[in-house]
Design a protein around this ligand. Structure first.
Ligand code: MIC
Ligand code: SF4
Length: 757
């Protein structure tokens, strides 16, 4: 099936053709009614007769689509290329959005990106053409918005090499963020292997009012469930409140569900979703979904007694939900906006808002911008303008063209906003910030989803707070964190005190969407003749060498490269920002390995002891020295290591430099899978207190690997410098198949064996 600019209706009808039958069979097997997530999952099982156990069994699924963004696609394509196939086996698209740096404005920043990233864009465009994938040019928008506008459909299943892929859950799709190696499985025609998720239900009642926005729902859920609370679970939203939200509002909530570690989040198909499908030119999809609607929602019995069907149920009354703002440094540190000022004073966070940013894949819908613009319009009419620099990143070219046509960008520009390219920009450190120097404590507010240290501008001294676009605009106008949009006022130039007003917003443009400039490039019908070249002297792209298979021996006497203290997200393990440049070059990007991690032995960031010569060096340098000496090593981690991004560089870099195992208190889902896929042992301490028993000069042995088996613990021996030894029991979640990944050296090595014989 050729890859087009949207999902062909035949593909969707094909998915619906098996839905009723498979759902009926599953009800019969389980002897009960089903949630929506379960219905979509059973309809995509590779073997529809299995009865998996939640949170325990690994299953093979057959997703309908794969989407990748430029920063992760490079490594995924480099892996795919080694599999020896002529074309992708499942419709696949690549979207150019992460590599555009915010400097001046949309036009000039895009031109600079085309120039700076020419080699990478050429590679991605030619590799898509060669292997039959769709290519979305830089400037066409952020992957998740383009997917929502073109490809997502109710009841579908997709995977994407980006953690915010669940954005498509706003259209009732099971959309999961994965590492590139998972994408390569599906692109090469193999099933996607994942643990059958647990289910968390969020029951929404009431209706949002005033300053409260869909973003506040997920800010609240993040507070309740915390950054690890959704791990291994699908979050399903239901109840009357769910149907009072627009499709794009639902997408915002699902998008930021990545921040609680959820496998994905989703809403049931309803009128709001149908309206969005029609407004984005997909009447036929809405018609087909209407026919299948009874199984694009949870069964009535589930809605009547959710506690029986979900592992946990969270209740939120939207009528009582006020605007929230979360941060700094972690997306689950929530409080009502009205309380931020007092908390900031207590903690010494600068009150002045040094920058305010609206947009990202999370919050840049037409509705979001109409609400933000309504505040701006009213403020401008009273002579107010933003006191803080205000920047807007539209999520897609379609939204940008439409909000420009409808005068909404002009409303924001009238209070001083700068419009940036339709891209990730400052959300992922693509921000040439020169108004504030590194090391200067400052506070920024964004409508993004993540706020880990250094993420936006590369400065550890920046406190980033995430909130709704409405609140971002209000705080930009006030210029201070100490401002409650609902009750405080701002002094206008004429001396009057102005209370800000937020309009109800417009769900969808009255005149329809303006598609703007077309950004899609379809692959040629026969890609065989397309030449995909990777220059051997490139600093940005490097052909991958397969990792060596396991030699059958236990690991003995390994040094600890890093014992990470506290939060160690993928941004700590493999920073983005300037390093995005090397996402296609494993050796060069390994220069950032663990640069953001806090050394538990010294408190220093990004550096530790080289056990070969006793010197202190940066983690990437010490890892390179171990690599050169053929010395394998381990990493010790705290809770939820690898939270955040799907970037598999956070697993490939350690593997490339010789990491044998990461032993942690717990793992984030995607990072754990990425490590396993690359042949690194992901182990957890059976007794979390054992984390405290690992010392800087200890040597670690991992024993009994020939008997590695699902569910069986692994013995870890910790040799102390004084000659004593401590026994530690470690656990793992490797299935039979995944043990083969370890033995083969990586999951990709197995695929290559299968495709190339
Ligand atoms: C992010 O938001 O952290 C990113 C950048 O989009 C990542 C992907 C990447 O690191 O390339 C993600 O969310 O998976
Ligand atoms: Fe891009 Fe930010 Fe969305 Fe990641 S979270 S896809 S960096 S806009």
């Amino acid at each position: 099936m050729p890859v087009a600019a949207s999902t062909p209706i035949e593909l969707i009808e094909n998915v619906y053709s098996t839905l009723d039958e498979r759902v009926d069979a599953a009800r019969e097997r389980l002897g009960r009614e089903l949630t929506l997530a379960e219905k979509i999952l059973v309809n995509h099982l590779d073997d529809s007769t299995v009865t998996p156990e939640r949170g325990v069994s690994y299953v093979d699924l057959r997703p309908d689509r794969v989407a990748m963004q430029d920063a992760t696609a490079q490594m995924a394509w480099l892996q795919f290329m080694t599999a020896g196939l002529d074309e992708v086996q499942v419709p696949t698209t690549t979207h150019c959005d992460h590599l555009i740096s915010a400097r001046i404005d949309a036009e000039r920043d895009l031109a600079a990106a085309l120039d700076n990233n020419e080699e990478v864009y050429d590679f991605l465009e030619s590799v898509c053409a060669r292997y039959g994938a769709g290519f979305w040019k830089p400037g066409s928008g952020i992957i998740h918005q383009v997917v929502l506008e073109q490809y997502a459909f109710p009841g579908g299943m997709m995977i994407g090499t980006d953690s915010h892929t669940p954005n498509a859950g706003g259209l009732a799709m099971v959309a999961v963020g994965v590492g590139g190696a998972d994408a390569v499985d599906v692109m090469t025609g193999f099933p996607w292997n994942v643990r059958w998720p647990k289910l968390i239900g969020v029951h929404l009642t009431g209706e949002l009012d005033g300053w409260a926005a869909p973003k506040d729902v997920i800010l609240k859920v993040a507070e309740i469930l915390t950054v690890a609370g959704g791990t291994g679970a699908i979050v399903e939203y239901f109840g009357p409140g769910a149907h009072a939200l627009s499709a794009t509002g639902k997408a915002t909530i699902c998008n930021m569900g990545a921040e609680i570690g959820a496998t994905t989040s989703l809403f049931a198909y309803d009128d709001a979703i149908a309206r969005y499908l029609k407004a984005t030119g997909r009447e036929a999809v809405a018609d087909a979904a209407n026919d299948a609607a009874h199984n694009l929602r949870a069964d009535d019995a589930v809605l009547a007694d959710p506690g029986r069907y979900f592992d946990r149920v969270v209740e939120i009354d939207l009528s009582k939900l006020g605007p929230h703002i979360n941060g700094p440094h972690t997306p689950d540190r929530a409080r009502p906006v009205a309380e931020l000022g007092a908390e900031a004073k207590l903690n010494g966070w600068p009150l002045e808002v040094s920058a305010a940013l609206v947009g990202s894949c999370t919050n840049s819908s037409y509705e979001d911008i109409t609400r933000a613009a309504s505040i701006a319009r009213h403020a401008a009419a009273h002579g107010l303008s933003a006191k803080s620099p205000l920047m807007v990143t539209p999520g897609s070219e379609q939204v940008r063209a439409t909000i420009e046509r409808d005068g909404l960008l002009a409303d924001l520009e009238a209070i001083g906003a700068t419009v940036l390219a339709n891209a990730c920009g400052p959300c992922i450190g693509q921000w040439s910030r020169d108004d504030v120097a590194d090391g200067t404590p400052n506070s920024i507010v964004t409508s993004y989803n993540r706020n880990f240290p250094k993420r936006n501008d590369g400065y550890a001294s920046t406190n980033a707070f995430v909130t709704s676009p409405e609140t971002v605009v209000a705080l930009a106008l006030a210029g201070t964190l100490d401002f409650d949009p609902a009750s405080d006022t701002i002094a206008a130039p004429d001396g009057t005190e102005v209370a800000l007003i937020v309009g109800p917003g417009t769900e969808l443009p009255d005149q329809g969407f303006d598609p703007g400039a077309s950004g899609f490039v379809a692959p040629p019908s026969d890609g065989d003749s397309v030449d995909v070249r990777v220059s051997p002297v490139s600093e940005r792209l490097q052909v991958l060498e397969p990792f060596a298979a396991w030699d059958g021996e236990d690991f003995h006497g390994l040094p600890v490269l890093l014992k990470a203290q506290g939060k160690c997200t993928t941004d700590h393990i493999s920073m983005a920002g300037p390093w995005l440049r090397y996402r296609g070059h494993l050796e060069n990007i390994s220069g950032n390995l663990y640069l953001g991690a806090v050394n538990a032995f010294t408190g220093a960031v990004g550096e530790g002891k080289n056990q070969l010569d006793g010197s202190t060096g940066s983690f990437p340098d010490v890892a390179a020295a171990y690599h050169a000496a053929g010395q394998r090593w381990v990493v010790v981690g705290d809770q939820n290591i690898g939270e955040g991004s799907s970037r598999e560089h956070a697993a490939m870099e350690p593997r490339f430099r010789g990491c044998a195992a990461v032993i942690a208190r717990s793992f984030a889902r995607i990072h754990e899978t990425n490590l396993k896929k690359q042949g690194v042992l992901a182990l957890t301490f059976a007794d979390p207190d054992d984390y405290d028993r690992i010392g800087e000069d200890d040597r670690i042995s991992i024993l009994g690997l020939a008997d590695l088996a699902p569910g069986a613990p692994v013995q870890v021996q910790v040799a102390k410098p004084d000659g004593t030894a401590v026994e530690v029991t470690a656990e793992h979640t490797l299935s039979h198949d995944q043990i083969e990944w370890f033995q083969a050296g990586s999951a990709l090595n197995l695929i290559r064996q299968r495709t190339m014989g």
